[in-house]
Design a protein around this ligand. Sequence first.
Ligand code: SF4
Length: 451
Amino acid sequence: MPSVYIKTYGCQMNERDSEAVAAQLVAKGYTLAAGEATADVILLNTCSVRDLAEQKALRKMENVAAEIRRSRPDVVLGFLGCMAQSRGQELIDRLPDVDLVLGTQKFHRTADYLDDILACRREKIVDVAPEDKSEAAIREHLLNGNANKSVTAFVSIMQGCNQYCTFCIVPYTRGQERSRTIPDIVAECKELVARGVKEITLLGQIVTSYGKRDIPQKDGKSPFMQLIEAVHEIEGLERIRFTSPHPKGYGDDLVEAYARLPKLVESAHIPVQSGSDRMLKLMHRGYTRERFLGIIHKLRQVRPGIGVSTDFIVGFPDETEADFEETLSLAKEVAFDQAFIFKYSPRRDTPAAEMAEQLPKETKEERNQRLLDLINGIANRKYQTHIGEQMEILAEGPSKRNEARMMGRTRCNKIVVFEGSERHRGQVMDVKVIRAGAFTLYGEPDVLNDE
Ligand code: SF4
């Protein structure tokens, strides 16, 4: 059977989609190639959130076509995902070596289309049409290619977004919000737990909007809350996370859930984007600075040690120095454990790209650096405060930087590296923190709870 190599750009949703496509192909008999040099099929799962991501994928495909397709003309080349969705046929017009272009509602069609191309039944395929129920088609898992290896897994609960933030291309590439049913998601989670998974992250562009249009409120609880409770009941599951919520959907029912659902770990990634109300309005975010700070305050009252992270955009059109200082002051006030900063990048067909007051590159760079310095300084100090603490971790596997060591994650989502071994994988155990580095803690081996 042919071998396939999938390169993924972008967010966790894309990683998850690629994993599901790979698992579907493996189930059909394909093998997974270690790299593009040996693959019979090379697929790029693309991201459109920033221009840089699109340019990277285009350059990659140009190189693959020049270096690999020329020497092995039978190799099949394809684009999947967001850029495939937004550019469609244009990609084949620009890069005639490409055989397949599949949009964000077509991942589950990859195997059938590849079969057709490999059997020479069809030459070029472009399919970016919407497809009913495609949100339920992202459910297969590789679990690192070994049924018992991964102890954490992402479960896609919905696709799309209806928020239409003025900077964001996602509602155009991923479509309107479409949610899977609770029983379907719970069944997938149960299968994962039966295969050894201990921690599940519920995944969607805007998870707090889960089921809003299809699932009625029950006992005053939102569909998302109902889903968390249903997943919480799964025996053998140790931890639940979710990403990404939207501040406007962070209701009191969700805040209060942290107090009563022990498997819901004390960690929250809540994208704020800006500390300036004027910017938040121009971005069409749907909340104010005060509302955001109120959520953080309530969460910390319920779970004082909660780890809080966020996303920021700097250099949005018409962002003044005063607006940016509001962002700096919010970052200081919240004292995030981690933050991802993005320099605003205009995306075609989005309202912000048409705004007149685009900022120069230098301003974006300078603000990015100032915010980064502030965030890193705060996070560094916060990590230091954990030294000497006993923290619960879920041991996930060997550390990426040093395979001789193991790594786990605290409930508040901090990575802890420790001198363990394979037998610790999947264990929920306490370690004593002895050292802190940049976004990594180091645990004391002699307090490991071995069995
Ligand atoms: S909430 Fe806004 S930023 Fe997030 S996916 Fe939707 S439109 Fe994009």
